[in-house]
Design a binder for this molecule. Structure first.
Ligand SMILES: NC(=O)c1ccc[n+]([C@@H]2O[C@H](COP(=O)([O-])OP(=O)(O)OC[C@H]3O[C@@H](n4cnc5c(N)ncnc54)[C@H](O)[C@@H]3O)[C@@H](O)[C@H]2O)c1
Length: 333
């Protein structure tokens, strides 16, 4: 009898199978495949509901052996459920069979942190020693974890948040996790001290100002992922080497979207997509004093690379396989 099992992989199993370092490596390979034109990634599509939305993100990277579709909602008013929940369907490209359905909430945070880390690897100064996280929520934690993989020399981190209690808690957790100097700060005080700044807030008007930026700084702009969102004053983009993940997504809802729609910057002002930098088609950082910005909106290829790793690692291990629930969805006679 043919094996028609579809594995159901919950968040805890995904966390077991995917370390942050794995995610950084997988996302770098995904950006390279995308930059080389080896990946398929049709645009995200959206369904709009009265209280939220649902986004569908398909991708196929042939060398990773599977195709994936992520469904992720945003329902900001949810009570008793997270406002953002994600699942990934893993499909066998040979037959179209559904190999697995996995939770993707941790995976999304891990792959988003990994994107920031890959950008920092190519764009931040090697000797970067101070990081500043603007926003101390869910994404900030994985952004810092991934950053520590590519810049282990970081010796101090500052957290700035509209809620000072959150910044303080994040600082305590970072000190315990990495044994580095860690404190809460205001944006005015924290950002100018940093070699690498990561913005991870949902704000719609700029909170990091041009006057906070110092020569040689690298900024990972992560929070803006929908039209109208922006975290950086547009003058920062005008004066920086700007790398995006994808023009269509970035100009629609990334950090550059407001500046592009207002005519302040055009596609010619964007230095590269990250895939071009990772594959060496375009240079990353060229001078110690240049300001670099990475605008991340989150690509389906990042999800595909991480989900492929999780699926392959868990199903190759007999103990893990035995733990997983599985269903025969087809019920063929
Ligand atoms: N680029 C991507 O791939 C990607 C992926 C996931 C999430 N995101 C985006 O990242 C952002 C953060 O997501 P999260 O899950 O960490 O949210 P979260 O709610 O867990 O954390 C956001 C933090 O920002 C703080 N904040 C809000 N306004 C602020 C202000 N004016 N100044 C300083 N801090 C402020 C909040 O107090 C909170 O601690 C969201 O906009 C989300 O849509 C982007």
């Amino acid at each position: 009898m043919a094996d028609h099992r579809t594995y159901l992989i919950d968040r805890l199993e995904v966390e077991r199978a995917l370390t942050i370092a794995d995610a950084v490596d997988a996302v770098e390979r995904a950006f390279a495949a995308y930059g080389d034109g080896r990946a398929q990634m049709p645009p995200k599509s959206y369904l709009t509901f009265p209280k939220g939305d649902l986004r569908c993100m398909p991708a196929y990277i042939p060398e990773m052996g599977v195709a994936t579709v992520k469904n992720v909602n945003v329902h900001p008013g949810n009570a008793g459920l997270p406002s953002v929940m994600a699942t990934i369907s893993v499909v066998d490209p040979e037959t179209g069979f559904m190999l697995a359905i996995m939770d993707a909430s941790y995976l999304t945070a891990a792959r988003t942190g990994a994107a920031g880390a890959v950008a920092a690897k190519y764009l931040a100064r090697e000797e970067a020693a101070v990081a500043c996280m603007v926003g101390a929520g869910v994404q900030a934690e994985t952004q810092l974890a991934a950053l520590m993989v590519v810049r282990p020399g970081i010796r101090k981190v500052l957290f700035c948040d509209a809620d000072p209690g959150r910044a303080e808690t994040a600082a305590q957790r970072a000190a315990a996790a990495y044994g580095i100097e860690s404190e809460s700060a205001t944006i005015e005080h924290g950002v100018p001290q940093a070699d690498i700044v990561t913005t991870v807030t949902p704000v719609r008007s700029p909170i990091v100002k041009a006057e906070h930026v110092r020569p040689g700084m690298h900024i990972n702009a992560i929070g803006a992922d929908a039209p109208g969102k922006q975290e950086l004053e547009p003058q920062i983009l005008r004066g920086a080497k700007v790398v995006i993940d994808n023009w269509d997504q970035g100009s629609h809802g990334g950090e550059i979207n407001v500046a592009v729609s207002g005519g302040l910057i055009t596609r010619d002002d964007v230095h590269a997509e990250i895939g071009e930098v990772v594959t060496g088609r375009k240079p990353g950082r060229e001078r110690p004093d240049e300001v670099t910005v990475f605008d991340s909106t989150g690509l389906a290829v990042q999800d595909c690379a991480c989900a492929a790793l999780v699926y392959q690692r868990l199903t190759a291990d007999s103990d893990a396989r035995a733990r997983l629930a599985a269903v025969d969805l087809l019920r063929l006679a």
